[in-house]
Ligand binder design. Structure first.
Ligand code: C2E
Ligand code: MG
Ligand code: MG
Ligand code: MG
Length: 282
């Protein structure tokens, strides 16, 4: 209203506040890397055969000075629209590279960490992989220590270009996971067409496994198909023992979810691994 009468006449105070909040988050985001406000939490990825943890997924958090700890859904969209996602994603990659190297020394020489890459990010940071290659060489870290998680949204951004990028990643030695499989435009043909190592079954399917025979059949089909194509399968969002048992029966390779462990700071992860490779009961 201070800004002059009818201009904002149609905006309710609530909407205006929400718009201001969004603007201030977008502004704060610019300073967040320099101020070291980003943190990465790690969720164990458990082998369903052995119960052992040789892998983790890196999930980004923003410790905002006044709003508290924010999850990716609350700020990644802003970072994508103002382009900061490239800088943030670069920071995440380097942090994860250092972390996985440390855990290969202290937990398991074959330890792997996956990092998420949104479709917008995939499109915008086209040349970063060359810097990453240098960085991995500098560390002396084998590229297969890192798994890049992409969603199927990426596959619709322009197939030829995407196939080429995935080929470059794989040529570097990075591994690739198809995240949130089963949502959106999911297609079994993507498993064959794109150069990937892992398929992650979306948590929405896992959530209804117990009650929905159709979802169980779908999971089984994804797993059989993936295995025939030489891919490993990870189930996301496993919250109950029954879900876990059904996934074991279906031949699923790995799982992550609250029934095993929530995402945790690196220190907590290390504490869990202090007696060697963690084995997570449920
Ligand atoms: P995602 O990659 O599919 O990650 C799985 C999400 O499920 C995470 O949410 C995780 O905390 C949550 N989760 C894990 N186990 C369970 C469970 O048993 N039950 C339920 N209900 N949820 C579970 P989070 O950390 O909020 O991340 C949300 C999304 O944000 C991620 O989905 C990913 O797409 C994106 N994201 C996270 N970190 C990054 C990042 O560094 N860069 C980019 N571009 N995106 C990121
Ligand atoms: Mg993911
Ligand atoms: Mg997912
Ligand atoms: Mg998701």
């Amino acid at each position: 209203k201070q800004a002059g009468g009818h201009q904002f006449g149609y905006v309710t105070p609530g909407l205006q506040q929400a718009a201001q909040a969004r603007q201030s988050i977008a502004d704060d985001l610019r300073a967040a890397i320099a101020l070291r406000q980003f943190e990465i939490v790690y969720q164990p990825i458990v082998s369903l055969q052995s119960g052992q943890v040789h892998k983790a997924e890196a999930l980004l958090r923003w410790r905002h000075p006044t709003r508290g700890l924010l999850g990716p859904a609350e700020f990644i969209p802003f970072a994508e629209s103002n382009g900061l996602i490239v800088e943030i994603g670069d920071w995440v990659f380097r942090e994860v590279a250092q972390q996985v190297q440390q855990w290969q020394r202290s937990i398991d020489p074959a330890f792997q960490i996956s990092v998420n890459k949104s479709p917008v990010q995939f499109r915008r940071d086209a040349d970063l992989y060359l810097n990453w290659l240098d960085y991995l060489n500098e560390l002396g870290l084998p590229a297969h220590s890192i798994v890049i998680e992409i969603t199927e949204g990426v596959l619709f951004e322009g197939a030829a270009q995407v196939i080429e990028r995935l080929r470059q990643f794989r040529a570097m030695g990075l591994q690739v996971a198809l995240d949130d499989f089963g949502t959106g435009y999911s297609s079994l043909s993507h498993l064959k067409r794109f150069d990937i190592d892992y398929v992650k079954i979306d948590q929405s399917f896992v959530a209804t496994l117990e009650n929905d025979v159709g979802d169980m059949a779908l999971c089984e089909a994804i797993i059989v198909m993936a295995h025939k194509l030489g891919l490993k399968v990870v189930a996301e969002g496993v919250e109950t023992k029954v879900q876990r048992a059904l996934l074991v029966d279906a031949g699923c390779d790995y799982a992550q979810g609250y029934v095993f462990a929530r995402p945790m700071p690196a220190q907590a992860f290390e504490a869990m691994a202090s007696a060697g490779v963690p084995r997570l009961p449920h």
